[in-house]
Design a protein around this ligand. Structure first.
Ligand code: MEV
Length: 325
Protein backbone atom coordinates (compact mmCIF):
# COMPACT_ATOMS: atom_id res chain seq x y z
CA UNK A 1 0.00 0.00 0.00
CA UNK A 2 1.37 3.39 -0.99
CA UNK A 3 1.83 6.21 1.47
CA UNK A 4 3.13 9.77 1.32
CA UNK A 5 3.69 12.62 3.74
CA UNK A 6 4.06 16.35 3.12
CA UNK A 7 4.25 19.49 5.22
CA UNK A 8 3.70 23.21 4.70
CA UNK A 9 4.57 26.25 6.82
CA UNK A 10 2.19 28.52 8.69
CA UNK A 11 2.31 32.27 8.13
CA UNK A 12 2.66 35.34 10.22
CA UNK A 13 1.84 38.83 9.07
CA UNK A 14 4.82 40.94 10.09
CA UNK A 15 3.29 44.28 9.09
CA UNK A 16 0.17 45.73 7.53
CA UNK A 17 -2.75 43.45 8.46
CA UNK A 18 -6.13 45.21 8.19
CA UNK A 19 -4.52 48.11 6.26
CA UNK A 20 -4.05 45.58 3.44
CA UNK A 21 -7.85 45.25 3.19
CA UNK A 22 -8.04 48.82 1.81
CA UNK A 23 -5.30 48.29 -0.75
CA UNK A 24 -2.21 49.19 1.30
CA UNK A 25 0.78 46.84 1.52
CA UNK A 26 1.46 44.05 4.03
CA UNK A 27 4.45 41.80 4.67
CA UNK A 28 3.90 38.12 5.48
CA UNK A 29 6.43 35.43 6.22
CA UNK A 30 6.49 31.66 6.66
CA UNK A 31 7.19 30.10 10.06
CA UNK A 32 8.87 26.94 11.26
CA UNK A 33 5.54 25.93 12.85
CA UNK A 34 4.22 23.63 10.12
CA UNK A 35 1.18 21.49 9.28
CA UNK A 36 1.59 17.86 8.17
CA UNK A 37 -0.53 15.49 6.12
CA UNK A 38 0.10 11.73 6.07
CA UNK A 39 -1.80 9.94 3.30
CA UNK A 40 -2.06 6.16 3.21
CA UNK A 41 -3.80 4.01 0.61
CA UNK A 42 -6.31 1.64 2.26
CA UNK A 43 -8.33 -1.41 1.17
CA UNK A 44 -11.61 -0.02 2.47
CA UNK A 45 -14.30 1.41 0.23
CA UNK A 46 -13.71 5.14 0.62
CA UNK A 47 -11.85 8.08 2.08
CA UNK A 48 -11.20 8.79 5.76
CA UNK A 49 -10.09 12.26 6.86
CA UNK A 50 -8.84 12.74 10.44
CA UNK A 51 -7.74 15.94 12.14
CA UNK A 52 -5.63 15.34 15.21
CA UNK A 53 -5.96 18.93 16.49
CA UNK A 54 -9.72 19.24 15.98
CA UNK A 55 -10.22 15.65 17.18
CA UNK A 56 -12.73 14.94 14.42
CA UNK A 57 -12.90 12.47 11.56
CA UNK A 58 -15.19 12.01 8.59
CA UNK A 59 -15.62 9.55 5.78
CA UNK A 60 -16.66 9.80 2.14
CA UNK A 61 -17.29 7.46 -0.73
CA UNK A 62 -15.31 7.92 -3.93
CA UNK A 63 -18.04 10.27 -5.27
CA UNK A 64 -17.21 12.54 -2.33
CA UNK A 65 -20.53 11.87 -0.61
CA UNK A 66 -20.69 11.01 3.04
CA UNK A 67 -20.53 12.25 6.55
CA UNK A 68 -18.07 15.06 6.92
CA UNK A 69 -17.94 17.43 9.94
CA UNK A 70 -18.15 21.11 8.96
CA UNK A 71 -14.54 21.77 10.02
CA UNK A 72 -13.31 19.22 7.47
CA UNK A 73 -15.34 20.40 4.45
CA UNK A 74 -12.37 22.38 3.17
CA UNK A 75 -10.56 19.08 2.50
CA UNK A 76 -13.48 17.75 0.45
CA UNK A 77 -12.97 20.79 -1.80
CA UNK A 78 -9.29 19.90 -2.11
CA UNK A 79 -10.23 16.41 -3.33
CA UNK A 80 -12.83 17.86 -5.71
CA UNK A 81 -10.26 20.26 -7.16
CA UNK A 82 -7.74 17.41 -7.56
CA UNK A 83 -10.34 15.25 -9.30
CA UNK A 84 -11.04 18.12 -11.72
CA UNK A 85 -7.33 18.15 -12.52
CA UNK A 86 -7.44 14.48 -13.50
CA UNK A 87 -6.32 12.76 -10.28
CA UNK A 88 -8.33 9.59 -9.63
CA UNK A 89 -9.89 9.34 -6.19
CA UNK A 90 -8.67 6.20 -4.46
CA UNK A 91 -9.53 4.74 -1.04
CA UNK A 92 -7.18 6.36 1.45
CA UNK A 93 -6.85 7.68 4.97
CA UNK A 94 -5.32 11.09 5.66
CA UNK A 95 -4.11 12.20 9.07
CA UNK A 96 -3.77 15.97 9.42
CA UNK A 97 -1.76 17.57 12.18
CA UNK A 98 -0.97 21.21 12.74
CA UNK A 99 2.02 22.17 14.89
CA UNK A 100 0.82 25.78 15.19
CA UNK A 101 -2.05 27.27 17.21
CA UNK A 102 -5.23 26.79 15.17
CA UNK A 103 -7.88 29.47 14.54
CA UNK A 104 -5.34 32.00 15.74
CA UNK A 105 -4.39 33.88 12.57
CA UNK A 106 -1.45 31.69 11.55
CA UNK A 107 -3.13 30.17 8.50
CA UNK A 108 -3.21 26.59 9.74
CA UNK A 109 -6.12 25.60 7.46
CA UNK A 110 -4.27 26.79 4.34
CA UNK A 111 -1.08 25.01 5.44
CA UNK A 112 -2.97 21.79 6.10
CA UNK A 113 -4.75 22.01 2.72
CA UNK A 114 -1.47 22.55 0.89
CA UNK A 115 0.17 19.64 2.74
CA UNK A 116 -2.78 17.34 1.93
CA UNK A 117 -2.87 18.24 -1.78
CA UNK A 118 0.89 17.75 -2.08
CA UNK A 119 0.95 14.43 -0.17
CA UNK A 120 -2.02 13.05 -2.12
CA UNK A 121 -0.53 13.90 -5.50
CA UNK A 122 2.92 12.64 -4.40
CA UNK A 123 1.28 9.32 -3.57
CA UNK A 124 0.12 9.22 -7.22
CA UNK A 125 3.72 9.81 -8.30
CA UNK A 126 2.78 13.19 -9.77
CA UNK A 127 3.25 15.89 -7.07
CA UNK A 128 1.59 19.21 -7.93
CA UNK A 129 3.80 22.10 -8.98
CA UNK A 130 3.56 25.39 -7.05
CA UNK A 131 1.00 27.15 -9.26
CA UNK A 132 -1.43 24.20 -9.21
CA UNK A 133 -0.87 23.69 -5.50
CA UNK A 134 -1.81 27.30 -4.93
CA UNK A 135 -4.94 27.05 -7.04
CA UNK A 136 -6.10 23.78 -5.49
CA UNK A 137 -5.58 24.98 -1.92
CA UNK A 138 -7.39 28.23 -2.68
CA UNK A 139 -10.46 26.18 -3.63
CA UNK A 140 -10.44 24.83 -0.07
CA UNK A 141 -9.97 28.26 1.49
CA UNK A 142 -12.97 29.63 -0.38
CA UNK A 143 -15.09 27.20 1.63
CA UNK A 144 -13.39 28.16 4.89
CA UNK A 145 -13.32 31.97 4.51
CA UNK A 146 -15.54 33.11 1.66
CA UNK A 147 -13.13 35.54 -0.01
CA UNK A 148 -9.57 34.63 0.95
CA UNK A 149 -6.92 37.15 -0.09
CA UNK A 150 -4.64 34.22 -0.98
CA UNK A 151 -1.85 35.38 1.32
CA UNK A 152 -2.01 32.23 3.51
CA UNK A 153 -1.92 29.80 0.56
CA UNK A 154 0.90 31.70 -1.11
CA UNK A 155 3.09 31.47 1.99
CA UNK A 156 2.12 27.83 2.69
CA UNK A 157 3.08 26.86 -0.87
CA UNK A 158 6.11 29.01 -1.62
CA UNK A 159 7.45 29.70 1.87
CA UNK A 160 9.81 32.67 2.18
CA UNK A 161 8.57 36.20 2.82
CA UNK A 162 6.37 38.33 0.60
CA UNK A 163 5.19 41.91 0.22
CA UNK A 164 1.55 41.80 -0.66
CA UNK A 165 -0.89 44.26 -2.14
CA UNK A 166 -4.43 43.24 -3.02
CA UNK A 167 -4.85 42.32 -6.65
CA UNK A 168 -1.12 42.32 -7.42
CA UNK A 169 1.41 39.49 -7.74
CA UNK A 170 3.21 39.07 -4.39
CA UNK A 171 6.82 40.26 -4.37
CA UNK A 172 9.56 38.17 -2.79
CA UNK A 173 11.23 39.93 0.14
CA UNK A 174 14.87 39.53 1.14
CA UNK A 175 15.33 38.75 4.84
CA UNK A 176 18.67 38.88 6.64
CA UNK A 177 17.88 38.71 10.36
CA UNK A 178 21.22 38.14 12.10
CA UNK A 179 21.92 35.06 14.24
CA UNK A 180 20.91 35.37 17.88
CA UNK A 181 17.49 36.99 17.31
CA UNK A 182 14.22 35.10 17.56
CA UNK A 183 10.52 35.56 17.00
CA UNK A 184 8.13 34.33 19.66
CA UNK A 185 4.49 33.62 18.87
CA UNK A 186 2.20 34.04 21.87
CA UNK A 187 -1.37 32.78 21.54
CA UNK A 188 -3.85 34.61 23.78
CA UNK A 189 -6.26 31.68 23.40
CA UNK A 190 -9.02 34.19 22.65
CA UNK A 191 -10.99 33.07 19.58
CA UNK A 192 -12.45 35.73 17.34
CA UNK A 193 -14.10 36.23 13.97
CA UNK A 194 -11.75 37.66 11.34
CA UNK A 195 -14.70 38.89 9.35
CA UNK A 196 -16.17 40.87 12.30
CA UNK A 197 -12.80 42.38 13.25
CA UNK A 198 -12.26 43.47 9.64
CA UNK A 199 -15.74 45.03 9.44
CA UNK A 200 -15.21 46.84 12.76
CA UNK A 201 -11.88 48.34 11.64
CA UNK A 202 -13.35 49.44 8.32
CA UNK A 203 -16.29 51.09 10.06
CA UNK A 204 -14.03 53.09 12.38
CA UNK A 205 -11.70 54.05 9.53
CA UNK A 206 -14.50 55.17 7.25
CA UNK A 207 -16.26 57.19 9.95
CA UNK A 208 -13.12 59.33 10.50
CA UNK A 209 -11.36 58.88 7.16
CA UNK A 210 -9.67 62.33 7.25
CA UNK A 211 -7.70 61.11 10.28
CA UNK A 212 -7.73 57.39 9.53
CA UNK A 213 -6.23 57.93 6.06
CA UNK A 214 -3.13 59.28 7.82
CA UNK A 215 -2.99 56.13 9.95
CA UNK A 216 -3.29 53.96 6.83
CA UNK A 217 -0.58 56.01 5.07
CA UNK A 218 1.66 55.63 8.14
CA UNK A 219 1.10 51.84 8.11
CA UNK A 220 2.13 51.73 4.46
CA UNK A 221 5.25 53.79 5.23
CA UNK A 222 6.05 51.28 7.99
CA UNK A 223 5.98 48.51 5.37
CA UNK A 224 8.39 50.48 3.21
CA UNK A 225 10.85 50.99 6.09
CA UNK A 226 10.41 47.37 7.22
CA UNK A 227 11.36 46.08 3.76
CA UNK A 228 14.69 47.93 4.08
CA UNK A 229 15.24 46.79 7.67
CA UNK A 230 14.53 43.13 6.78
CA UNK A 231 17.04 43.32 3.94
CA UNK A 232 19.80 44.97 5.97
CA UNK A 233 19.07 42.97 9.13
CA UNK A 234 18.39 46.15 11.12
CA UNK A 235 16.54 44.43 13.97
CA UNK A 236 16.40 47.55 16.11
CA UNK A 237 14.43 49.48 13.48
CA UNK A 238 12.32 46.42 12.73
CA UNK A 239 11.36 46.15 16.40
CA UNK A 240 10.46 49.85 16.68
CA UNK A 241 8.28 49.53 13.57
CA UNK A 242 6.49 46.55 15.16
CA UNK A 243 5.58 48.58 18.27
CA UNK A 244 4.30 51.46 16.13
CA UNK A 245 2.34 49.09 13.89
CA UNK A 246 0.69 47.63 17.00
CA UNK A 247 -0.27 51.13 18.12
CA UNK A 248 -1.88 51.86 14.76
CA UNK A 249 -3.84 48.59 14.89
CA UNK A 250 -4.99 49.52 18.37
CA UNK A 251 -6.08 52.91 17.01
CA UNK A 252 -8.42 51.25 14.50
CA UNK A 253 -9.96 49.12 17.23
CA UNK A 254 -8.62 45.61 16.61
CA UNK A 255 -6.41 44.99 19.63
CA UNK A 256 -7.44 43.18 22.81
CA UNK A 257 -6.42 43.70 26.43
CA UNK A 258 -4.39 40.47 26.37
CA UNK A 259 -2.57 41.54 23.22
CA UNK A 260 -1.86 44.97 24.72
CA UNK A 261 -0.59 43.35 27.94
CA UNK A 262 1.72 41.05 25.96
CA UNK A 263 3.08 44.00 23.97
CA UNK A 264 3.54 46.10 27.15
CA UNK A 265 5.27 43.30 29.07
CA UNK A 266 7.46 42.50 26.08
CA UNK A 267 8.56 46.14 25.89
CA UNK A 268 9.27 46.29 29.63
CA UNK A 269 11.29 43.09 29.52
CA UNK A 270 13.60 44.18 26.74
CA UNK A 271 12.00 42.84 23.54
CA UNK A 272 13.05 44.73 20.41
CA UNK A 273 9.47 44.77 19.14
CA UNK A 274 6.02 43.24 19.57
CA UNK A 275 2.64 43.49 17.90
CA UNK A 276 -0.54 41.58 17.28
CA UNK A 277 -0.50 39.49 14.11
CA UNK A 278 -3.48 38.71 11.90
CA UNK A 279 -7.00 39.86 12.61
CA UNK A 280 -6.52 40.84 16.27
CA UNK A 281 -9.28 40.90 18.94
CA UNK A 282 -7.40 37.88 20.33
CA UNK A 283 -5.39 35.31 18.39
CA UNK A 284 -1.62 35.77 18.46
CA UNK A 285 1.05 38.37 19.15
CA UNK A 286 4.58 38.21 17.76
CA UNK A 287 7.65 39.35 19.66
CA UNK A 288 11.15 39.97 18.32
CA UNK A 289 13.88 39.47 20.90
CA UNK A 290 17.54 38.80 21.42
CA UNK A 291 18.09 35.21 22.56
CA UNK A 292 19.36 36.11 26.07
CA UNK A 293 16.21 38.14 26.79
CA UNK A 294 13.79 35.36 25.91
CA UNK A 295 13.55 33.63 29.27
CA UNK A 296 12.61 36.85 31.01
CA UNK A 297 10.10 37.83 28.31
CA UNK A 298 8.42 34.43 28.36
CA UNK A 299 8.10 34.58 32.13
CA UNK A 300 6.48 38.00 32.01
CA UNK A 301 4.03 37.38 29.19
CA UNK A 302 3.05 33.86 30.16
CA UNK A 303 0.08 34.96 32.29
CA UNK A 304 -1.52 36.51 29.19
CA UNK A 305 -0.90 33.60 26.78
CA UNK A 306 -1.96 29.96 26.55
CA UNK A 307 1.07 29.00 24.45
CA UNK A 308 4.34 30.74 23.60
CA UNK A 309 6.38 29.21 20.78
CA UNK A 310 9.79 30.08 19.42
CA UNK A 311 9.61 30.21 15.63
CA UNK A 312 12.05 30.72 12.80
CA UNK A 313 10.73 32.84 9.95
CA UNK A 314 11.35 32.89 6.18
CA UNK A 315 11.48 29.09 5.94
CA UNK A 316 10.97 26.72 2.99
CA UNK A 317 7.53 26.19 1.49
CA UNK A 318 5.60 22.95 1.00
CA UNK A 319 7.79 19.85 0.95
CA UNK A 320 7.33 16.12 0.45
CA UNK A 321 8.83 13.92 3.14
CA UNK A 322 10.35 11.20 0.96
CA UNK A 323 11.55 9.25 4.01
CA UNK A 324 7.90 8.36 4.70
CA UNK A 325 7.36 6.52 1.38
C1 MEV B 1 -6.09 38.33 8.70
O1 MEV B 1 -5.10 37.30 8.87
C2 MEV B 1 -5.50 39.50 7.97
C3 MEV B 1 -6.47 40.65 7.72
O2 MEV B 1 -5.71 41.69 7.13
C4 MEV B 1 -7.61 40.26 6.82
C5 MEV B 1 -7.21 40.01 5.36
O3 MEV B 1 -6.12 40.42 4.93
O4 MEV B 1 -8.04 39.43 4.62
C6 MEV B 1 -7.04 41.17 9.03
Amino acid sequence: MRRAEASAPGKIILFGEHFVVKGYRAIATSTSLRAKASVEEIRGPGIVIESENLKVRGSLNLNLEGNMPRELLVYVEILRALKERGFSLIPHRVKLKSYMPISAGLGSSASTSVAYALAYTALHGNPLKDRDLLEVSLEGEKVAHGKPSGIDNTIATLGGTIAYRRGEEPLKVEVNIPEGYTFLIADTGVKRSTREAVEHALKIAESIWKIASLIYEAADRIVEEALKALKTGDVKTLGSLMYVNHGLLNAIGVSHEKLDSIVDEARKSGALGAKLTGAGWGGCAIILAREPAIENIVERISKHAVTIEKARINVEGATIDYSSQ
